[in-house]
Design a protein around this ligand. Structure first.
Ligand code: C5P
Length: 230
């Protein structure tokens, strides 16, 4: 599967479908978040699967185990390929979710890429995103989750910890001349790949570019670049 996942962080279905038309040559999976789902319901998922693309439903479930498991069971019925669960929902919630049938691929969120060390400290977590991500990824692996969402800065360590089977999905991706937006811990596609990521998730840089197709191509070129010394 192609490594570039485009986050459909737009307001309208029209914009989402235009973005898919422009980038589908480079993309197999599109990420749908709460904005589009609240506005259009599951019909937006059908529109994407009708364009023969997969849907990554990023609703970041975080609740008691039975509620998380119930949410997860509904996802494949609407045609969802993968869905996110907050690992901090705890081991029982993750285990119940991973044992739910049917279920999509489950990707566990470690530490949001928008959180700085100061944010982590104020939330009562260890100030090191790596320490927190390792702790959460260990729980996810033990609970039978298929992959983890993490920043590129943690990916090399997580790859060692998780082995080759688990999927690592990295948001917070920018080309060197892109603006940060609200992301704090960012990296390039090439850096993500060499650290061991399977997928990169890109939203605003592609959405806000004048030519999303060209930008997607640029991202993929960067992903495929030979490793340099970081
Ligand atoms: O616009 P940008 O490329 O920063 O978008 C990143 C996308 O990835 C957003 O849709 C955001 O919700 C999501 N995401 C993230 N950090 C995580 C998990 C998901 O930025 N840890």
């Amino acid at each position: 599967m192609k490594p570039l996942i485009v986050a459909l962080d737009v307001e309208t279905e029209k914009e989402a479908l235009a973005l898919i038309r422009a980038t589908k040559k480079f993309v197999d999976i599109y990420k749908v978040g709460p904005g589009l789902i609240l506005r259009y319901g599951p019909s937006i998922i059908k529109k994407i699967t009708s364009a023969r693309r997969k849907v990554f439903l990023d609703l970041k479930f975080h609740d008691i185990p039975s509620t998380v498991a119930r949410s997860v069971k509904e996802a494949p019925k609407c045609g969802v390929f993968s869905a996110t669960v907050h690992i901090s929902a705890g081991e029982n919630a993750l285990r119940m979710a991973s044992q739910a049938k049917p279920r999509p691929k489950l990707w566990g969120v470690t530490v949001l890429t928008s959180l700085s060390e100061h944010d982590l400290l104020s939330l009562g977590f260890p100030p090191s995103p790596l320490e927190q991500a390792v702790r959460l990824a260990t729980i996810a692996k033990g609970a039978g989750i298929d992959g983890v969402v993490a920043s590129v800065g943690e990916t090399a360590n997580l790859r060692k910890l998780l082995g080759p089977q688990m999927t690592i999905i990295t948001p917070g991706i920018r080309l060197p001349d892109d603006s940060l937006g609200d992301q704090v811990r960012i990296a390039t596609p090439q850096h993500a790949r060499s650290a061991g990521a399977n997928f990169i998730v890109v939203g605003r840089p592609i959405i806000e570019s004048d030519d999303p197709a060209l930008f997607a191509a640029k991202m993929m070129r960067d992903w495929s670049k030979k490793d340099s010394i970081h």
